[in-house]
Design a protein. Structure first.
Length: 252
């Protein structure tokens, strides 16, 4: 509550050469020098643990939601807009590779996106964003040449691409929907390619685990004998047929 006749809360010169926070009733201990950028005093809560902002909220503000430790690089505004439009509410970006002509690869925990724009991508004045579920990919290739190269998402029926990004035809990484051209330095790109490979491997392992759990264990001998007895009881098997089938099961 601010006392009538008192200045509103804010930073004021306390006559000692420092800016001190006034809370509307009294001076706070929080001070800053004129060379520092004053920031609103939060009652001592600054620096305390706070819940992270939901990814969907950041997306609403135009901020790409990223995994911890990833600094989202400067990409074309159309690439950022297309990515935000396609991301699910709980999806985070784990890997980014930016190539010439504003082309880029974005990797989340479940899929990869490739962004292309301009006539070299077959989009003239527009742009396109293509996505692949990791379960439909088999790996990632990094081709390197003297000065240029290409990053290629591998999947069934998708061929490799020339390391020259001035190539022609559908195998040109500039135009191929599953590749982008890249230029030196290559070591940082190789590090991101390794992250993408790890994401693809994790997706395949998860799918295999779910599949194994769905199939379940094989039926035991007791269950098979019970089914055989039901067939005999219902008349589907006569006594001789039942005896032969039972002997085969027990002897197998």
């Amino acid at each position: 509550m601010v006392n009538e006749g008192q200045p509103p809360p804010g930073w004021y010169n306390d006559a000692s050469g420092a800016m001190r926070w006034w809370d509307g009733r009294s001076w706070a201990a929080h001070v800053t020098t004129p060379q520092e950028q004053p920031i609103p005093f939060d009652g001592g809560l600054r620096g305390a643990a706070r819940a992270p902002e939901p990814a969907a909220k950041r997306a609403e503000r135009g901020v790409v939601p990223t995994a911890p430790g990833l600094n989202f690089p400067n990409v074309h505004r159309k690439a950022r807009a297309a990515l935000l439009q396609n991301l699910a509410a709980d999806e985070l970006v784990h890997a980014v590779i930016v190539g010439p002509s504003d082309q880029a690869i974005f990797g989340t925990e479940r899929r990869a996106f490739i962004f292309k724009k301009g006539f070299m991508a077959g989009a003239s004045f527009g742009s396109e964003m293509t996505s692949w579920d990791y379960r439909n990919l088999t790996g990632v290739q990094l081709h390197t040449g003297m000065l240029s190269g290409a990053v290629v998402l591998q999947g069934p029926g998708q061929s490799g691409h020339s390391t020259s990004y001035w190539g022609k035809g559908n195998s040109d990484p500039y135009k191929a929907p599953n590749a982008i051209p890249v230029v030196r330095p290559f070591p940082p790109i190789a590090a991101v390619v390794a992250v993408l490979r790890g994401l693809i491997d994790a997706a395949h392992k998860s799918a295999n685990t779910v599949g194994a759990a769905t199939i379940g264990p094989e039926r035991g001998l007791t269950d098979q004998l019970r089914e055989l007895a039901e067939l005999h009881r219902d008349g589907a098997l006569d006594d001789a047929e039942f005896a032969i089938a039972k002997a085969k099961l027990i002897g197998s």
